[in-house]
Structure formats: C-alpha cells, structure tokens
Design a binder for this molecule. Structure first.
Ligand code: PMP
Ligand code: GLN
Length: 386
C-alpha cells in the first residue's frame, strides 16, 4: 500500500530489546540462559491454587479500572507495615500491567514536550523510549557498572530549569546496587529544591542482601508527595509472565496517572489480582525472598570467583555483573554472543544499558536459576578461552 506521508519512526534509534535478542540466541544455540531476567522456577503451589480458585469462581470479567479493591487494600497494608506511609487504596494505588506499564504511564503523566528527565545509566531499557515518546529529553548521569557511590554534586549539575523529573531504580538492574539512606536523602533534597517529580522503579524491593534494607522513596518525608513508586509482583512471586504491577502516588498525581492508564489497558487481569491479594496476606511469602536469592548469589559468585573477573557481590536484585577487562579486549556485545554460541552460556552485555557507550567490558548474569543450572554455567565459563 502507498503511504502518502511515508512511515516515520517515532523511535528511530530503537531495535528489538537486548533481552529478546539474547534469549533468542540462547534458544537457537541451546545455551544456558543467564541473560534475560526471569526465574527458572515456578511460583508457590498455593498461589497457583488461588488463581485456579478465582478463575473457577467466575472472576473473569473486567477488573475495576484502578484494580481489584482487595489487592489495593493488601498493598496499602503491606506498604504501611514496611514504611509507615499510608497510601489510600481508593485514590493512591493503581494496579498496572507490570511495572513496565506503571513506569510508562508515570513518565507519560509528568513529561511534557521539551522537558528534561534525569536518568542514571546504566538504565533499564524501557525508560528512555518512554521519555522520548512523550517529547522529553533524557539527561544522563553516567555511572560505571561497578560504581559504589553516587556523586550527588554531579547529579545536581545536570539539573536545569527544564528538568521535570528524575528516574531512580533501587535495587538496581543491572548493577545490583542498593541505595543507602543517604542517597535517598540527597534525592529528596534535590527533588524538593528543584520541584521535581520522582519516578521510582522498585521492582526488586524484596531482593536485598547481606542485611541491607530496601528504602522506598515512599518512606521518605518530602519524597513521597512527589513520587510515583512502581512495583511488580513478577519478581516477588516468580511470576514475570503474569505482568502484574502497581503504582503508588499521592491522590492528585494518581488522578492524572489513571487518565492515561485507562486508555493504555483500562484494567488488568482479574483472577490473578484476587489471587495475589490473598497471597499477600501472609508476609512470609515475600519476606523470605532475600534469603532465597542471597544463597543463589553466593553459590554463583563463589563458583565463578576464581575465573579472574573483576567483580564484587551483587547487593540486591537477581543480577551479578562481572568485568572481564583484565581477561580480554573483546567488545561486550561480541563477547556475550560468542559465549552464548561457543560456551553455551548467555548473558547481557552491560553496554546495552547505556545511551552512547558501546563497550564496558562487563556482562550481566541472572542468577534466578536452579542451583544446578548456575553450577553448570559456572563450569562452562571456566573453559572459556579469553
Ligand atoms: N524495571 C526493572 C528494573 C526491571 O528489571 C523490570 C523487568 N525485569 C521491569 C522494570 C519491568 O517489570 P514488569 O515485568 O513487571 O513489567
Ligand atoms: N527485566 C528483565 C531483564 O532485565 C527483562 C524484561 C524483558 O525481557 N523485557 O532481564
């Protein structure tokens, strides 16, 4: 068909995501997939029973636009217990199609044409396209994949009169860093001083190691009132395929958020919302997750420790970054492909999380896998010819 105006891409720099690409390559070569971040194990049997119960009892039509009330109430209760901040289920909590939709809608809610948004990179891949589709301009604070501290003076220097929002992610994908209380204090001060919205990606909130605590932006005075806090049950209950997430924000912000959410998806999967609401009533179901993943982090880290990577144990999330700069001069995209094909272990090249930097000589491995899978991957990595 002849298109009069031609097809002009709204995202000319975007291709298929690196996660899709590396999972496909892993499948083609039957490699162990430590690339795309998803658990190899199933969700709790009792959660499956609950989904079955609600499907069979007819909870199969549209949920309310903002989400099933029982789930919003359960989230409100959970947040109040962990951070003493009260989010009103009626007006301040919206159930979304994964954190991806929550982030996309939050960005669309605040970003106007020409607005600048501060983005820390390495950054999860959905942030920048969402900013750009709304006519916004990402302004990057570039961190090393092995960074230990954030220089908040550098962050402050990136703020201009055009800055509308700042996007943060802790625990962080892909570095595995967990922000300290002082980082949240700096963020609060900067956001207040400059009147910024904060979009906080907290999908790994229940995966923090070595006694660390996840500090939610929703728990900090001065921050909660300007923050869209986005979460996901995909990580917490090993159910990435359910795409169930949420956004917490003060009533005024939520009202605007919902105007967009209702036309993106209207509402999300009903029986699963009921099931997750009931499953949340037992805090054990998510409070044991850190311990579960810390053991896997240790297993994988110890198993690759003598290969010679430059690395330190991940602080949170289910990702472990390693630098191979002292082992090989190869580009990280080339190396991750070679390792998938020749070694049978797929990873993600960390340069894919940067705007302009093409090689950080760092790979990201996902350790949300069975112990045996992790040990087989580590064994194969010992055989790599660098
Ligand atoms: N943010 C980060 C940092 C993620 O790693 C992911 C997914 N892995 C998401 C957001 C998206 O979450 P969901 O699958 O719930 O859309
Ligand atoms: N968040 C997952 C990761 O970082 C992937 C999600 C996706 O495939 N879009 O690996």
């Amino acid at each position: 068909m002849f298109l009069k105006s031609g097809m002009q891409s709204k995202l000319p720099r975007v291709g298929t995501t690196i996660f899709t690409k590396m999972s496909k390559l892993a499948e083609e070569h039957q490699a162990i997939n430590l690339a795309q971040g998803f658990p190899e194990f199933d969700c709790a049997p009792e959660l499956q029973v609950l989904v079955d119960k609600y499907v069979r009892s007819g909870k199969n039509q549209y949920a309310p636009m903002a989400g099933v009330m029982a789930l919003r109430e359960a989230i409100s209760q959970k947040i109040f217990t962990s951070s003493s901040h009260e989010y009103h289920p009626e007006s301040e909590i919206t159930i979304t199609s994964g954190a991806t939709e929550a982030l996309f809608v939050a960005i669309s809610t605040v970003v106007q044409r020409g607005d600048e948004v501060i983005v820390f990179e390495p950054a999860y891949d959905s942030y920048v396209p969402a900013i750009e589709l709304n006519g916004g301009i990402p302004v990057f604070v570039t961190l090393d994949p092995q960074y230990e501290t954030i220089d908040w003076n550098v962050v402050a220097s990136k703020i201009s009169p055009q800055t509308r929002a700042i996007l943060v992610n802790t625990p962080h994908n892909p570095t595995g860093n967990v922000w300290k209380a002082s980082d949240l204090q700096h963020l609060a001060a900067l956001a207040e001083e400059n009147g910024l919205f904060v979009i906080s990606d907290e999908v790994y909130e229940h995966i923090v190691f070595d006694g660390r605590q996840h500090i939610s932006a929703s728990s900090i005075p001065g921050l909660a009132e300007r923050t869209f806090a986005c979460g996901s049950f995909g990580k917490t209950f090993h159910t990435t395929g359910w795409k169930l997430g949420y956004c917490l924000a003060p009533a005024k912000l939520t009202a605007e958020f919902r105007k967009i959410h209702q036309y993106v998806v209207f509402s999300v999967v009903t029986p699963i919302q009921f099931a997750v609401a009931e499953h949340l009533a037992e805090p054990e179901h998510y409070l044991k997750l850190s311990e579960f993943y810390e053991r896997k982090r240790n297993l994988f880290f110890d198993a690759i420790n003598d290969i010679g990577f430059i690395t330190r144990p991940s602080e949170g999330s289910f990702f472990q970054n390693v630098s191979y700069a002292n082992l090989s001069p190869e580009n990280d995209r080339t190396l991750s492909e070679r390792l998938t094909i020749e070694t049978g272990v797929a990873s993600i090249p960390v340069s894919a999380f940067y705007d302009n930097i093409t090689d950080f000589k760092t790979l990201r491995f996902c350790f949300a896998k069975n112990d045996d899978t992790l040990l087989r991957a580590a064994e194969a990595l010992h055989k790599v010819v660098w």
